[in-house]
Design a protein around this ligand. Structure first.
Ligand code: CTP
Ligand code: MG
Length: 565
């Protein structure tokens, strides 16, 4: 195992590049990540950006100069991003960011409905740029003053072959993990687009609910999202998200709104409201299509596709703890720079061996898997993450958050108050191997995983896998996981540990430049028969009749059942 620790000069320089790229001060510990925005700052910055932005469909990126020239008449354009949506044909879009929200509003206000095509005349940040009519040209182009068009086709997922090439060409497993994270995580444009989708919903109901907020949560904002991930959205009529300002708390207003009476059953009321919103989204919002209402689920949701953003959206109205859970995960990701690359690798591994699946079912979800990684990092002899109880203990009065249904989501938002500094110096490859070893021995039968305590507890019921929901501690995050799937996870982590151990035995990167060259993570991401695994007399390797799940999944195949063990 020690041979995995290759703290070469090359690795150190890679680390420094990584710090620069992530705008993180290089710190004494390889994982320490100081001086980054907290969750609320991150959310606030992206919400402001969205308010300053418009998305304009163009015939190709070549229209940029003309578009820039035209749209500059409404204000100063600070940045521009191009992306494509592939339907029957490739559609091109340019996201423009103005200096102020008023300028963006002026551009939107100047839009007109297309007289030739009938359509509901709804205003939104989604527009298209028509050719100048009757041979008229626009004013002389001033494109040389335009900011460079950033992220050409910036939402495209990294090409599979390209990614495999990068992993093949890496210096060691450490670098493979970093490359995987770097090239598959949700990029800046992806985040901007998700906040625009949220703003569109919020603005659509702003007349009746001026304080409404449509708030992204989940992997779009918690730092664990990959390119192409869904957008989880929570729509609230009031904007405080459970937080009361000290002034409001001390001096409640004496003027109280008359309101419609609530139905006695809160759940049926939410379902009725969502039904109504589903219709509104479907009938009025540009870009929104394939609206589906899933109102019987524990958390009722409306699913839809946004065709101008090429995005799947899950909208809920009653899952406020999900929003705060995302804040906890965001904080964990920020506490140590190893957390996200490690989690990305494990999520990718789980995807390639069919443990996770895009549709919900009796298999482990990405969220549960992420909880397993966080717990692993908490329970180490030299922990990399603190237990959530420590964050709760360090809370101050400004951190108080209680949801409408009385769930306490109070914890410190300032991790510096914890005084927690990890002394763990393990490399990513060591941690990866330790993760697989840890869960191949974990007693899922009797023990529950508690991120609150950072240690295992006795299992309170007979669920196959029990992960205490950190904010609603009577709930099990992984209640859906069947015994069969839990067993499959144990088998797969054991397989993975062997693959990685064999990499240790052949510590050097294999020589060769052919397409067949496979080592490190590449062996982890492929069928075990193709990987170099030590024969083991105690364990029968899995028999999955899929030649290369890695590639199939990447191509977007979504089967409703993962392959049988
Ligand atoms: N969540 C939760 N409890 C659950 C399931 C989900 O608190 N039992 C919250 C988490 O904050 C999670 C978010 O809801 O991040 C969204 O859930 P989901 O979309 O299932 O997971 P993501 O983390 O967004 O991962 P993915 O990329 O697979 O969508
Ligand atoms: Mg999600």
């Amino acid at each position: 195992m020690n041979s995995l620790v290759r703290r070469s000069a090359q690795q150190l320089s890679l680390w420094r590049t990584y710090c620069v790229k992530h705008n993180a001060p290089e710190a004494a510990s390889p994982g320490r990540n100081a001086g980054r925005p907290n969750y609320e700052e991150f959310i606030g910055r992206h919400q402001r950006q969205a308010q300053c932005s418009i998305v304009v469909q163009v015939s190709s990126e070549k229209s940029y100069a003309e578009l820039y020239n035209y749209c500059s008449s409404f204000g100063s354009i600070m940045g521009a991003h191009h992306y494509c949506v592939r339907q029957d044909e490739t559609l091109h879009y340019i996201l423009l960011e103005y200096a102020t929200s008023d300028e963006a509003a002026a551009a939107i206000g100047a839009g007109v409905t297309n007289g030739e095509l009938s359509g509901v005349p709804v205003r939104s940040p989604f527009l298209w740029f028509r050719a100048a009519g009757g041979g008229r040209r626009g004013p002389k182009l001033v494109a040389n003053t335009a900011p460079a068009l950033l992220s050409l086709d910036g939402t495209r997922q990294v090409d599979q072959g390209h990614l495999l090439g990068l992993l093949r060409g890496a210096a060691d497993i450490e670098e493979q993990v970093q490359q995987l994270h770097e090239h598959t995580r949700l990029n800046e444009l992806g985040i901007r687009m998700r906040f625009l989708a949220a703003l569109q919903v919020q603005q659509a109901i702003a007349g009746m609910f001026p304080a409404a907020q449509a708030q992204p949560f989940g992997s779009s904002v918690n730092g664990f999202g990959r390119m192409g991930c869904d957008l989880d959205l929570i729509l609230r009529f009031d904007s405080d998200m459970g937080a009361k300002s000290p002034l409001e708390a001390a001096m409640p207003s004496r003027l109280v709104y008359h309101t419609k009476e609530n139905l006695s059953n809160g759940r049926s009321q939410t379902q009725r409201h969502m039904e109504c919103f589903g219709d509104m989204l479907h009938l009025f919002l540009p870009g929104v299509c394939h609206v589906r209402r899933i109102l019987q689920a524990r958390v009722p949701i409306i699913k839809y596709h946004h065709e101008h953003l090429d995005l799947e959206v899950d909208l809920s109205m009653s899952n406020l703890t999900g929003f705060y859970m995302s804040e906890l995960l965001y904080m964990f990701g920020e506490m140590d720079l190893r957390v996200r690359p490690l989690t990305f690798t494990i999520r990718r591994w789980a995807q390639t061996c069919g443990l996770t699946n895009p549709s919900p079912g009796r298999w482990i979800s990405n969220f549960s898997l992420t909880c397993l990684v966080m717990f692993f990092l908490q329970q180490l002899r030299q922990p990399i993450l603190p237990p959530i109880a420590a964050l709760v203990k360090a809370a101050e009065s400004g951190d108080s958050r209680v949801t409408e249904d009385g769930i306490n989501c109070t914890f410190t938002r300032n991790v510096d108050r914890l005084g927690f500094r990890s002394r763990n110096q393990s490399s990513l490859s060591e941690l990866l191997l330790q993760f697989f070893e840890f869960y191949s021995q974990f007693d899922f039968h009797n023990r529950a995983i508690s991120l609150n305590e950072g240690k295992p507890l006795s299992k309170p019921d007979h669920s196959a896998m029990y992960i205490v929901n950190p904010l609603e501690q009577l709930l099990n995050v992984s209640k859906n996981v069947s015994l069969e799937e839990c067993e499959r996870l144990r088998i797969e982590v054991r397989n993975a540990a062997w693959v990685l151990e064999s990499e240790v035995e052949n510590a050097s990167v294999p020589e060769g430049d052919g397409q067949e060259l496979s080592w490190g993570l590449l062996n982890l991401f492929k069928h075990p028969e193709k990987a170099v695994i030590r024969p083991n007399m105690f364990f029968k390797p899995r028999m999955v009749e899929v030649s290369d799940l890695f590639e199939q999944k990447e191509a977007g195949a979504t089967s409703s059942t993962p392959p049988a063990p």
